[in-house]
Write a protein that binds this ligand. Structure first.
Ligand code: ADP
Ligand code: MG
Ligand code: MG
Ligand code: MG
Ligand code: MG
Ligand code: MG
Length: 655
């Protein structure tokens, strides 16, 4: 069995690193689709490998590039390293990152959008004329009966055993099919990705997924649907590709040292579900409108390798513990040694590997960080290759990376890799990819600004992890951004319960027995944890509560960013451009603009070929993807989005 040896080695080497630069970088993921005016179908192109080879073989790209000026007119630095393209799970996906991480200078924030546009243009340049990189989270008709990929492959391959998608849907690198097959075999059945169908006027009810085949007998797993895997009123999917084939927008920050990294990890965590709801972009699965707006839980289910014992469906016999969450889930730990972190915020259901934890403690790691890693180590290393198991090389990080990179939580704490001088990093992972680079830049820049606000105002976003989990569920609901409320901390400036909590400020917490660590610290008396947070709308969280309604109300994240920007030296041009980004987020939060999820749903429902029955036909799909491509072409020409039709102004307004 692999222990945490490599991890201890990394931690020991890097725990003393200081004064690393404040760097950050984004990751944008694309679907590659085929589209032409005369072809009635849009398809997923499976040419990832060819496109990456074309990019790698392009001599001009090996050097530097000059991105176009940003829309605000600001000229970028002369040259940039060319963007970097990466493979992804889906053979129809691409990922692109900037050629080097962004620095702390505010001016660099203005280069993100042009760089993202450049990445998209470069990607397009290395595709066939009828191929396009688009940033929808999921392909609306992936897994539909008939042809949905180019080239076409028959279904039911040995790795996925899916009745909807062929094995060729996954990147053929050994890692990916192995991962999928190991998840399936560990589980003892296929993954079960069921999404509630959106009940429209003419949707038959109860609804039975008409694409499910109950008469297949190729694999033992074909029994799954006969054993109830596909319940009524749910869109049924059965393969990793339905989740890991989704595109997202991720941001990685480098902290100046491990202490700051641990703080950023904790403080950004409660923002995860809020940003998930704000970026909602996933209302369609397998050719049907879904009753949810975001991708998260579908990915979670698509890689859920828990056995029946771990799921609690059978008594524990062979497995070591019951595990409440999938290995892709909202995160379950806070890791900072911040005195404002109260024991009550921690997850009472956290499962850890006690032996791993003990080894980490014996190696000198503190309890809280050891707990975090001991939690990651409850998962099997599902993609380790046999030859690696024989010798454990402590100068490498591959075994730790194997565990780490198959624990997909909404925050990731990234220790420095063994072989270079990178610092401690924190990755923010919940956001859905947006249709335009303007939006992707806006959300990236917003997260960067929020992070700086957190650090410079020393904000406190702590709420119990169980409330973050609950918020994550809430974020899935249709139009959660406007219709739902989320648990959020009332007072970001204090460790104490805020105004309006009334009585009980000095009351000892129930069940604490008086010996809890949170009580042993000197500062101000603390009240019940429940007084520290309340339910708020995304609009209240982002834009603040109306003073007339709530006295001394919640200030709002955008006003906090504004006052931070007031307090630092930002030139006018930069400030104007940042205002454009903040304005988009303000309007998404207050409902002036629609999320992509709402826009897509309404596009489908308003289409002449839609029959009100939740079905997203080839024709509707083609027009939707066509509109998305049109938006992209407009953006590339720098023309703005007005007058595009198809309700695009509800999504992008006057930008
Ligand atoms: P992963 O897929 O494992 O999250 P990637 O390499 O695809 O990692 O992307 C990581 C992101 O982090 C990229 O945007 C990259 O520019 C950025 N990045 C790289 N080095 C640093 C660093 N030292 N500090 C902050 N961000 C970094
Ligand atoms: Mg990446
Ligand atoms: Mg990667
Ligand atoms: Mg990745
Ligand atoms: Mg990726
Ligand atoms: Mg990433």
């Amino acid at each position: 069995m692999l222990g945490p040896g490599q991890l201890l080695e990394i931690w020991n080497k890097a725990k003393v690193k200081e004064r690393d630069a404040m760097l950050w970088g984004d990751e944008v993921e694309y679907l590659v689709v085929t589209y032409s005016k005369d072809d009635p179908k849009v398809l997923l192109s499976l040419r990832q490998a060819d496109i990456l080879a074309a990019l790698a073989g392009d001599k001009d790209l090996a050097k530097e590039v000059t991105p176009p000026a940003s829309p605000g007119g600001t000229k970028p630095k002369d040259k940039y390293p060319s963007p970097v393209f990466h493979p992804e799970f889906g053979r129809f996906m691409l990922e692109a990152t900037p050629g080097q991480p962004w620095g702390i200078d505010f001016k660099e924030l203005l280069h993100v959008e042009p760089d993202m546009k450049l990445r998209r243009a470069i990607a397009k340049d290395h595709m066939l004329p009828n191929e396009y990189p688009i940033t929808l989270t999921t392909f609306p008709r992936i897994g539909c009966p008939g042809v949905f990929t180019e080239p076409h492959y028959p279904v039911s391959g040995p790795k996925l055993r899916s009745q909807f998608v062929p094995d060729e849907i996954a990147n053929p690198h050994i890692r990916f099919p192995t991962l999928a097959a190991n998840i399936r075999s560990r589980r003892g059945r296929k993954v079960q990705v069921n999404v509630p169908v959106f009940r429209d006027e003419n949707t038959p009810w109860p609804w039975k997924d008409p694409t499910v085949n109950y008469d297949l007998h190729n694999w033992p797993e074909d029994d799954d649907v006969r054993n109830g895997a596909a319940p009524d009123n749910f869109i049924h999917m059965d393969a990793m590709a339905f989740g890991m084939g989704s595109c997202c927008l991720q941001i990685t920050f480098q902290a100046k040292n491990i202490t700051e990294g641990r703080k950023m990890y904790d403080q950004l965590s409660p923002l995860g579900p809020i940003l998930l709801a704000l970026t909602a972009a996933t209302p369609i699965y397998k050719g049907f409108l879904a009753d949810t707006d975001v991708r998260w839980n579908q990915i979670s289910k698509a890689v859920d390798d828990r056995t029946a014992e771990e799921l609690g469906e059978k008594p524990l016999q062979n497995d070591r513990w019951r595990i409440p969450k999938s290995r892709y889930a909202s995160n379950s730990t806070y890791i900072s040694e911040d005195p404002r972190l109260r024991e009550e915020y921690l997850d009472p259901n956290l499962v850890i590997d006690p032996e791993i934890k003990q080894q980490l403690l014996d190696g000198g790691m503190d309890d809280r960080l050891a707990t975090h890693f001991a939690h990651l180590f409850i998962r099997d290393p599902i993609v380790i290759f046999n030859e690696d198991l024989e010798v454990l090389d402590l100068s490498k990080t591959d075994h730790f990376e194997n565990i780490q990179s198959t624990n997909w939580q909404h925050m990731r704490f990234k220790p420095p890799p063994a072989d270079n001088n990178i610092g401690w990093r924190v990755e923010f992972r919940p956001m859905e990819i947006q249709i335009t680079d303007f939006e992707n830049a806006a959300f990236s820049v917003f997260m960067v600004l929020i992070t700086r606000v957190i650090l410079s105002f020393d904000l406190n976003f702590y709420i119990p992890i169980t409330k973050v989990d609950e918020n994550m569920e809430t974020a899935h609901r249709r139009d959660a951004v406007l219709q739902e409320k989320f648990w959020f901390r009332r007072n970001l400036f204090s460790s104490r319960p805020s105004r309006g909590s009334g009585s009980g400020t000095n009351t000892p917490r129930s069940g604490g027995g008086g010996n809890s660590r949170a009580n042993s610290r000197p500062p101000s008396p603390v009240g019940p944890v429940e007084d520290e947070y309340k339910l708020m709308t995304v609009n209240e969280i982002i834009n603040g509560e109306e003073e007339e309604e709530v006295e001394g109300g919640f200030p709002g994240l955008i006003p906090l960013v504004e006052s931070y920007l007031d307090s630092v030296n930002v030139d006018v041009a930069t400030r104007c451009q940042l205002a454009r980004y903040l304005d988009l987020i303000r309007k998404r939060a207050n409902g002036e603009l629609w999320t992509a999820a709402r826009w897509i749903r309404e596009f489908v429902r308003g289409h002449g070929g839609y029959k009100g029955d939740s079905v997203v036909s080839e024709e509707v799909n083609k027009d939707l993807v066509g509109k998305v491509i049109e938006i992209g072409e407009r953006e590339a020409r720098g023309e703005g989005f007005k007058g595009l039709g198809g309700g695009v102004e509800r999504l992008l307004g006057g930008f």
